[in-house]
Design a protein around this ligand. Structure first.
Ligand code: SF4
Length: 246
């Protein structure tokens, strides 16, 4: 049974959500600034969970991470990166063999095709190196903005945008910084409120926070450093109870 206190708290939260949904851009800007400050204090150096030592390895790992956990990708790439050490070796891979090697990451046929095609382009146009612009990266097979942002930020420290994965998508909505579902629209909303110098950190820190605290089903709001800045704090009781921002 819901106590009177909880009812009152939920009612307050609902009012708060409504007020934040219509909060003026300047206030949202200030709130986003504070969110980034709190995240920076909590996660000063958020690391990418995918294991890599070169830009090529991160590129391949992010391609493999679509619809797959980072843990699984790391298991697969441990062997994969021993066998294929350069773009040329990936470009010349036997497709059926590569499919078997990456089978457990899911969507293995399209991933194998994309990795081979992507690496063939790296050989033909970039001497086997990974290019360092969004335009060049997103022209490669299997590479979208998320992958490009991840590689540019993670390997070259270039703030090309904000990585939007499943965690960032969920948290950006819960934090009331967007009301979009589409990753590119979410990224565009976040880029309006977060200064460019913080783009790399903000994406990586949100991912960490999504893994550790603001988890999908039962976020740990009581332990969350963002609870005073979050319109969803203490309102999410499960999928059906989650507030909607539409
Ligand atoms: S207060 Fe709760 S819903 Fe908001 S970011 Fe923190 S854990 Fe997520």
């Amino acid at each position: 049974m819901v106590s009177e206190q909880n009812k009152a708290r939920q009612m307050d939260s609902t009012l708060e959500v409504e007020s934040i949904l219509i909060e003026p851009p300047q206030e949202k800007n200030e709130r986003a600034f504070k969110i980034e400050q709190y995240l920076r204090r909590t996660y000063p150096n958020p690391v990418i969970a995918l294991e890599f030592t070169t830009p090529l390895q991160l590129l391949v790992a992010v391609i493999l991470s679509a619809q797959c956990t980072d843990v699984r990708v790391n298991i697969v790439t441990k062997e994969l990166f021993r066998k294929y050490r350069t773009a040329k070796e990936f470009a010349n891979a036997n497709r059926l063999e590569l499919e078997q090697e990456i089978h457990s990451t899911g969507f293995y046929k399209s991933k194998a095709k994309n990795i081979i095609s992507c690496c063939q382009t790296l050989i033909e146009r970039y001497g086997g190196e990974v290019p360092q612009t969004m335009k060049e990266l997103t022209a490669l097979a299997g590479v979208g903005r998320k992958t490009a942002n991840c590689v540019l930020g993670g390997c070259f420290n270039i703030p090309s945008g904000i990585v939007v994965d499943t965690h960032v998508r969920r948290l950006a909505n819960r934090l009331g910084l967007t009301d979009q579902d589409d990753p590119e629209k979410i990224e565009a909303d976040l880029m309006k409120f977060i200064p460019k110098k913080d783009w790399i950190h903000f994406g990586n820190a949100l991912i960490q926070h999504g893994r550790k605290v603001c988890v999908a089903r039962k976020p740990l709001c009581a332990e969350c450093v963002l609870k005073d800045l979050c319109p969803s704090a203490f309102t999410i009781v499960g999928r059906s109870g989650a507030p909607t921002y539409k």
